[in-house]
Design a protein around this ligand. Sequence first.
Ligand code: HEM
Length: 394
Amino acid sequence: MSTAVYVSHDDLFNAASVRDARAVDDKIRELAPVVKLARENITVLGRYEHVAAGLRDWRTFSSTSRPWHDPKSVRPELLLTDDPPKHTRVRAAISAALSPQVLGKLAADFRVDADALVIAMKEKSGATIDAVAQITQAFVYKVLPDLLGIPAAGREHLYAFGNMVWATMGPMNELYEEAMRGTGPVIEWAGSCVERTNLAPGSLGMQMFLAADRGDITPDEAQLLIGILLSAAADTTVITLANAIRAFALFPEQYRLVRANRSLLRSAFEESLRWDSPSRMAGRIAMRDVEIEGVVIPQGERCGLMFAAANRDPRKWSEPERFDVERDHRGHLGWGYGVHACVGRILAGLEADALLGAIVEHIESFAPAGEPEPWMTTIGHGPAKLPVTFTAAA
Ligand code: HEM
């Protein structure tokens, strides 16, 4: 006999909930394994075991439809919105361009950019800075557009474009309206970035067209993939790096550990992604009736698999609120899981090696200098501003 689903009337996506997203998502996870959000008419899973299983089982939890759909969406409808076999073909093309063999040679260039940024920052030692604007965004918004090969003019639209695309993944509420306001020039700019003639030879963007020339994907798919790279690669990385700095400020003994043992750098990056993930949930649709702990999610139900809540599930992680660079973070869901697991993970890791590597070398300590200002988007999560002070290394 099936159990009735737990129904929540909370609004998880209004401004107040977005400001308090960690607590809001944790509350849903603890209410029940399966929760129906009455306001959105969707079902969400927040416990690690079920989120991981759902992400792995793409036949049951398909990506071909999602909880919310804006018919005018600027979101590129490819890859994350497909299941195998279409997904497999397109994913192979983008994976090839983002492989360690192709990207590995960029590590040294990233480190040059990171060192220049952090060394220039040293003169602000002792002053309050915004670690997002002045460190993580400054770095990612430099290296990513260079790598993509898009023109220098108009790069200031990158943030607004990402913000729009993220907004289209959530409900069309007041935050959505805010993200969409006055974005005509942004859409025009994004359209120009995916034109072959505007891309630098040898760039990652151009690789997508070369894949089309080889017949691996179509020219339209090449354009959509560049749009995906523009939106998926920026804020996720900016926020995860910012969360690492926030954790260094809040857990100074962990920062000291990383400074003493640089081989912990990657673990620190992975742990920051587990500790506070920039994506709150993935949208999926149930392709069959599926039973979880006695509750039947009916076929056709739109679902949210809550990455961030699962990454703090105490059933899986001991003391989940603690940032611990020596924790066994394997299996965290910050990159997603299964066929859609992040294809940009290698690139993000190289960016982290460069920026966090420069930080541990040139900065002795961080301290919080006020509350972070949250990114006011529904499905994403993280600091939009992060006030910290720091002491430069001698
Ligand atoms: C720390 C930074 C990043 C985080 C936390 C992150 C997170 C994620 C997550 C959670 C997913 C799975 C979404 C789902 O299953 O619905 C995903 C997929 C994806 N990510 Fe990332 N990402 C990051 C960086 C990047 C970068 C740098 C790129 C591009 C170079 C990228 C491109 C993509 C793409 C194209 C997908 C869709 C993959 C597919 O559907 O097969 N991401 N990412």
